[in-house]
Design a binder for this molecule. Structure first.
Ligand code: 13P
Ligand code: SF4
Length: 364
């Protein structure tokens, strides 16, 4: 999806980091309690330091819903997270994304028309009333609405298991999008294996599956992935273990199943944070997730050695778009009484997407 961010003026792009920090602090002080800044763990240090709360996508969604006193929620994260915040906040609140180009390549791998087409083709071959659609939080509001309308729910990386358990109490099959890895990894955690799963390729007729494969699969996994997490490999874990035989490997469930199987612990960004905090002093921890979070964990945990499993840096290029200049710009605009980059979900879409989000929040 093409989203256009207005280029910033030179007073933002050319400002020194110290000057930006002073201006951000001043704008934040002026806005006071009317402003609430949320920061995802993958944000840069120059941004996350201003966040009133940090979290994974689940925690941030709950925090947005639980902050009715703030007029402005500045979301330092990516587009789908800001949309979820808009859906979960009151009509008097405005959600702002500092850079409109901060999307998510995984979320873009499942578009409404493609999922609708998949659903319609499935209707011809399976009992669609027994299929529960589950969308990962990393998806557009339009897809969340699709799921809400069709009896499904949203999940995040921290509650996928509970949501899938809920889904299988309601149906026999799950259409899970857009991340095949989260779906597969959670399925394995629940005791299923590859024989219960089929990958739905949206570029092919009937997802590239036979009618029998569609009928037999408990999990129909959308062929989507995260380009950051799919870089982590079995070889990297083997190298880490060879160097640090006592080391602990913690990875995000967007990594491939082979990688998750070899890890000691698998969980959301908030889970990874806790896993590092709970590890004994002196531990060496190899982490499979975005590099800004790993580097921050390394700096904030001096009694442990925290490192990325990937020797080559793997930032999330869209999270990276939010920087000091963009944060400063949106805050100074708010001080002037202008609301830039408001993320506003169409009311009808928001109504159904909220159904799917509320189901998630009530299950977990
Ligand atoms: P979390 O829900 O674990 O924060 O993950 C979001 C995400 O985009 C990971 O790539
Ligand atoms: Fe999307 Fe991957 Fe970035 Fe997460 S890390 S926001 S899934 S591209």
């Amino acid at each position: 999806m093409l989203r256009l961010q207005t280029p910033l003026e030179e007073r933002y792009t050319a400002a020194a980091p110290e000057e930006l920090a002073e201006r951000i602090a001043a704008a934040k002080a002026t806005l006071g309690d009317r402003l609430f800044i949320l920061g995802h763990h993958y944000q840069r240090d120059e941004v996350i330091r201003w966040a009133d709360a940090r979290g994974d996508s689940f925690k941030l969604a709950k925090l947005a819903a639980a902050t009715p006193e703030a007029d402005y929620i500045v979301f330092c994260g990516v587009h789908f997270m800001a949309e979820a915040a808009d859906i979960l906040t009151g009509d008097h609140q405005q959600v702002i994304l500092p850079d409109l180009n901060a999307g998510c390549s995984m979320a873009d791998m499942a578009e409404l028309w493609a999922v609708t087409e998949a659903w319609e083709s499935l209707e011809d071959v399976v009992d669609i009333d027994r299929v529960v659609p589950i969308t990962y939080m990393n998806s557009s509001a339009a897809l969340k609405a699709f799921v809400g309308r069709n009896g499904g729910a949203v999940c995040t990386s921290s509650n996928a298991r509970a949501i899938l358990k809920w889904a299988f109490e309601r149906g026999d099959q799950v259409l899970f999008f857009p991340d095949q890895h989260l779906g597969r990894n959670t399925g394995y955690q629940m005791g299923y294996d590859e024989s219960h799963m089929a990958v739905w390729n949206p570029r092919k007729d009937l997802g590239g599956l036979t009618e029998a494969q569609c009928k037999d699969a408990r999990f129909l996994l959308w062929k989507g992935h995260c380009s950051v997490h799919q870089r982590f490999s079995v070889e990297q874990i083997a190298d880490f273990r060879a160097k640090y035989p006592e080391g602990i490997v913690v990875v995000h469930p967007e990594c491939s199943h082979e990688v998750c199987e070899l890890a000691d612990q698998v969980g959301s960004t908030e889970y990874i944070l806790r896993a590092v905090a709970d590890a004994p002093a002196g531990s060496v921890i190899g982490v499979g997730t975005e590099i800004h979070m790993v580097n921050r964990l390394a700096n904030e945990t001096p009694d442990k050695t925290v490192m990325s499993l990937d020797p080559l840096v793997c930032p999330c290029s869209t999270m990276f778009r939010i920087d000091g200049p963009h944060l400063c710009w949106v805050l100074e605009e708010l001080v002037e009484g202008r609301v830039p980059n408001r993320i506003e979900v169409d009311p009808e879409v928001a109504e159904w997407a909220k159904v799917a989000l509320d189901r998630m929040l009530s299950i977990t």
